[in-house]
Design a protein around this ligand. Structure first.
Ligand SMILES: *Cc1c(COP(=O)(O)O)cnc(C)c1O
Length: 430
């Protein structure tokens, strides 16, 4: 077992002055019944913790680090930008450059506004959808995560037509009741909800590849079904591509699937590791935003020059290298190794992957939605996680999270990871 004594000490100090010791809950390792490590530095695909342990990282700061940690192009861009000023609170050319990239790459986006997080992006997209349609009700899917705004921290209710219930203390029932929560990949549920309440529904918000329940894929025709039913009832379709945007392809799932939403929420990769989000879509809808339109939305640090510089540098580097093709190669190498290891242990567990995103479920069979994920063997997952970590591979500390590879993962890193994955599988089932 690696020495993690300094991390332990820091965590105990952190817990005395930060709620739970962390600034975002998943970092606390609650799902794996242990304490987190503290990071000293991160370079490429490697993290070194404060005790000096080296890890090959498959979280990539939960998605943003698509080039790896601290890529030189991003460091240079941020350093250069910082010398010109770290925040202006006034328009600057970097905002236009970023907007142009998004408009050029993301099929649905004609106009775009920058914000500071994925949460702000989805929250603002929903306000805009409500303002534009003049309707109140939102439809979301159980197991999709859209950040922590009130209208989205809603769980499935118990009724036949599930007007949602608060998924967090502090979210009033009255707010939650404005969100209808449906099971993903169940077209009948969608038909029923729209038949009963269609003229009140402002929008469907969906992760087109739900990646906060491991990694779930829509069944054939399901995304098109979302498109058709929203169009039919005059509701908007919002793709939350905070995780998949610029990750699964240059233009996200909407490029891969050919289904074009009305609005899209972006985040993570777009900021190059700095706090950034964006939402965009049809120009006629986006023009409902202040200062031209009646829907208010603002941000002191939105379009921040450092954040724009980091994001632009990262996206341009991905484009220059055609990074998506390389990520597919990395992902395929890893997939082959994992499948071999599973076979060797006589396991037919489900391994889902698209490009550089992956999830190994500790169960077999098709995963249609979060109900299927809940049937995984979480004890095995926990043993798998800790064995991998002890051997030097950092996978997500929760069975509901996606793994991420980066351009910094070399073939050798991946081979080593496959070896360790095999050991961890043995520990998991042993
Ligand atoms: C991470 C994530 C968010 C929230 O983004 P933050 O920057 O953490 O606020 C929203 N939607 C999806 C799909 C995400 O993965």
């Amino acid at each position: 077992m690696p020495d993690r004594s300094l991390s332990k000490k820091l965590f105990s100090k952190a817990k005395s002055i930060i709620p739970g010791g962390v600034n975002s809950p998943v970092r606390a390792f609650k799902n794996v019944d242990g304490d987190p490590f503290f990071v000293r530095r991160a370079r490429g695909c490697h993290i070194r913790d404060v005790d000096g342990n080296e890890l090959i990282d498959y979280i990539g700061t939960w998605g943003p680090a698509i080039l790896g940690h601290a890529p030189q192009v991003v460091i240079d861009a941020v350093t250069h930008a910082a010398k010109e000023g770290v925040s202006f609170g006034a328009p600057h050319p970097g905002e236009i450059e970023m907007a142009q990239i998004i408009v050029d790459w993301v099929p649905s986006v004609e106009k775009v506004r920058m914000v500071n997080s994925g949460t702000e992006a989805t929250m603002s997209a929903i306000r805009l959808a409500r303002g534009f349609t003049g309707r109140k009700q939102i439809v979301k899917f159980d197991g999709c995560y859209h950040g922590h705004a009130d209208s989205l921290l809603v769980a499935a209710g118990s009724g036949a037509l599930t007007h949602g219930e608060p998924d967090s203390a502090g979210v009033p029932e009255e707010f939650a009741s404005l969100t209808t929560v449906l099971p993903f990949n169940k077209p009948e549920a969608l038909d029923q909800a729209f038949a009963e309440d269609g003229e009140n529904i402002a929008a469907i918000i969906v992760e087109p590849y739900p990646a906060n329940a491991g990694l779930v894929f829509p069944q054939d025709g399901y995304l098109q079904k979302l498109r058709d039913i929203t169009t039919k009832y005059g509701a908007l379709l919002i793709f939350d591509e905070v995780m998949t945007g610029f990750r699964v392809a240059k233009g996200g799932v909407q490029e891969l699937s050919g289904v074009t939403p009305d609005l899209t929420a972006l985040g993570k990769v777009i900021g190059g590791g700095l706090p950034v989000g964006a939402f965009g879509g049809r120009a006629d809808i986006m023009d409902y935003l202040a200062p031209n339109g009646p829907v208010y939305q603002a941000g002191t640090l939105s379009g921040n020059p450092l954040a724009m510089a980091a994001g632009i540098a990262q996206l341009r580097e991905m484009e220059r290298k055609n990074g998506w093709e390389m990520l597919e190669e990395n992902g395929a190498q890893f997939e082959e190794g994992v499948r071999d290891a599973l076979k060797k242990h006589g396991l037919d567990y489900t391994f889902n992957r698209v490009g550089s995103m992956f999830c190994l479920y500790f169960r077999s069979g098709e995963i249609l939605n979060v109900d299927d994920v809940k049937e995984s063997n979480f004890d095995q997952f926990r043993r798998f996680f800790w064995k991998a970590l002890d051997e030097g591979v950092y996978f997500a500390p929760s069975p509901y999270e996606t793994g991420f590879m980066s351009l910094a993962h070399t073939s050798d890193d991946i081979d080593k990871t496959i070896e360790i994955t095999a050991l961890a599988l043995e520990a998991a089932i042993g």
